[in-house]
Structures are given as structure tokens and as C-alpha cells.
Write a new protein. Structure first.
Length: 199
């Protein structure tokens, strides 16, 4: 038995990227899964931005403010609406949320249409966790990661990263892209919306 055949592959050729693009396009051409992708991206983006400012969110939700003030406070937390994120941070946050939505839609499709269990979707879980760690806030992601890594003897030197913590958002992008690749690779040879996925 060849061990290499059971290891996950990396997208190393243009054919791999075309397969990913075609599979994503086919899954999102099904209206139900397009809605799942948009809702998952919106929920992911909301969780990322709200988790950074829990006291302010609590004030907006449970406080005695007028409804218009509550809506204003909550919408100003989003990238490109408020000033909490730089354009680069906002772009990375939106990209991670979009890939998170696509990944959730593809995993949902794959699990439902091919009768798989959640144990086969481990790569997607890693992508979602890294997205949650890195997307919202460099400081929060760094602090959380240092707490986790300190269990294994890694010191706080992780906090002195050259990109001020944007490494976690970039790592989340890579993990989500790998997850999408692995799901697309697992769907190879099947059909999506009546169209064959390249074998």
C-alpha cells in the first residue's frame, strides 16, 4: 500500500487551480449553496468584527440607545465602513470571510451529495479555525496563539512578528485555499449541478 496516495496534495499546477475554480463555480451555481456561501461569509465576517469589540457590541445590543444609534455603532465595526481597519486589514478580513463562505458551501455540498461524515472534512475545520484566529485582529490572534503555543513551550517572541500579526490572516487565507482545494479534489470525478467535475 502506497502511503503517498493517502496524503493530501497541494495545488501545484494550473490544472489544480482550474479544478478549484471550476468546482467552486459549479457549487455556487446551485442557488441554495450560493445562499449558504453568502450567509456563512456574512456570519463569519460579523463574528470576526464583533469579537474584537465585545463591550461595544454589548452596549449596542443591550443598552438604552435609540435603534438608529445601535445600527450605526454595529455597522461602523465593519471594514471599509468604519475606521477600525486599514485598507489592507479590511481587504484581508473580507477575503478570509469570502473564502470561509465558499468553503462552508463546498463542504456542505460535498457532505450532503456524497454522504460523507464530518471526519472527512478535517482540512476545512483547520481552515475555519485559522480563519477565526487570524482574520479578526492581529493582536487577538497573536495573544490567543501565544496562549495555545505556550502549552508547548513557545515563548511570547511570537508577538514580535514583522507584519504586526497580519501573518495570521495570511495563514488563514492559505489554510482556506488548501481546504477548498482538498474538497474540490475529493469531488473530482463526480457531478455538480449536472456538470462533471474534471477527473
Amino acid at each position: 500500500m502506497n502511503v503517498r496516495s493517502h496524503l493530501p496534495t497541494l495545488p501545484s499546477s494550473t490544472d489544480d487551480w482550474r479544478l478549484m475554480g471550476r468546482t467552486v463555480r459549479l457549487v455556487l451555481s446551485v442557488p441554495a449553496y450560493a445562499v449558504v456561501a453568502v450567509l456563512a461569509a456574512a456570519v463569519g465576517l460579523s463574528l470576526f468584527v464583533f469579537s474584537l469589540n465585545l463591550p461595544l457590541v454589548e452596549l449596542a445590543v443591550t443598552g438604552t440607545l435609540p435603534t438608529s444609534a445601535r445600527v450605526t455603532i454595529l455597522t461602523r465595526l465593519y471594514p471599509f465602513v468604519g475606521s477600525a481597519f486599514s485598507p489592507v486589514q479590511g481587504g484581508l478580513l473580507v477575503a478570509v470571510a469570502a473564502l470561509f463562505g465558499v468553503d462552508v458551501a463546498m463542504v456542505s455540498y460535498h457532505l450532503r451529495k456524497h454522504g460523507l461524515s464530518l471526519s472527512g472534512g478535517g482540512g476545512s475545520a483547520v481552515g475555519a479555525v485559522l480563519g477565526a484566529l487570524g482574520a479578526g485582529c492581529a493582536a487577538c490572534g497573536s495573544a490567543l496563539l501565544v496562549g495555545i503555543l505556550s502549552l508547548f513551550g513557545v515563548s511570547t517572541s511570537v508577538l514580535f512578528l514583522p507584519l504586526d500579526g497580519l501573518e495570521f490572516a495570511l495563514l488563514a487565507l492559505v489554510a482556506l485555499l488548501l481546504s477548498i482545494h482538498w474538497v474540490a479534489d475529493g469531488m473530482r470525478g463526480g457531478q455538480v449541478a449536472g456538470c462533471p467535475v474534471d477527473p
